[in-house]
Design a binder for this molecule. Structure first.
Ligand SMILES: CC(C)(COP(=O)(O)OP(=O)(O)OC[C@H]1O[C@@H](n2cnc3c(N)ncnc32)[C@H](O)[C@@H]1OP(=O)(O)O)[C@@H](O)C(=O)NCCC(=O)NCCS
Length: 180
């Protein structure tokens, strides 16, 4: 059987001229803390379950897989807590979205996973989370940021382009390659 591939864009942006990371009214920032690993994993699961990227990365389609992904990120020597955030409702009753950051090189920060829970989409939270992570990278001294996105994931590609990311490279990922 012929192999099936997903096209993935590697996108980059210099960390200059960053617009402010502004949340709509009624939402607050939740900075990284070690005791939030499980919560990030749950928000990751709620954001990615049933979405295209849980086909590309099957780990993102299960709670256990999301826990593993989050644990790998947070326990890596490349983890950047300053670029790792959640957004919550003001009363902290709901966690609405997550983003994590890692160090790709001395000058390059790498966005890991940006996810917004379906009921909180189209409010500007995805854009705000992305910008918050970019400010975190810049404050740590990184000069550029990169991310990877599945080419067919139009809402995500549109968001990244709107925030100034440009395609640097196109990669192919086998559909059945499994692990994150
Ligand atoms: C991609 C994703 C993070 C976007 O999150 P989001 O919170 O909906 O993003 P935003 O609200 O900032 O922007 C999304 C759209 O809402 C619009 N929007 C923003 N604020 C708005 C408002 N107040 N009223 C109406 N629309 C608004 C934006 O203009 C944008 O429209 P566009 O897609 O036509 O350009 C989200 O769809 C998601 O979690 N998808 C599943 C996981 C995933 O694929 N993540 C990306 C992995 S690379």
């Amino acid at each position: 059987m012929a192999a099936t591939y997903f096209l993935r864009y590697l996108m980059e942006r210099p960390l200059v001229d960053l617009p402010p990371a502004e949340l709509p009214e009624g939402f607050v920032w939740v900075p990284w803390s070690d005791n939030l690993l499980e919560t990030h994993a749950e928000v990751l699961y709620e954001s990615f379950a049933g979405e295209l990227d849980s086909v590309v990365f099957p780990s993102l389609g299960s709670r256990e897989g999301c826990r593993r992904v989050m644990s790998n990120i947070a326990n890596s020597i490349f983890f950047v807590p300053e670029a790792t955030w959640m957004v919550a409702t003001e009363d902290m009753s709901c966690m609405c979205g997550t983003i994590q950051g890692a160090r790709a090189s001395d000058v390059m920060g790498a966005i890991q996973n940006l996810g917004v829970v379906p009921q909180f989409r189209h409010l500007g939270l995805g854009r705000a989370l992305l910008l918050k992570a970019l400010h975190g990278f810049r404050d740590c001294g990184f000069q550029r940021a990169m991310l990877e996105v599945t080419a067919e994931n139009e809402p995500a590609v549109r968001l990244y382009e709107a925030v100034g990311f440009k395609i640097a490279r196109v990669k192919r990922r086998p559909a059945s390659s499994g692990e994150f």
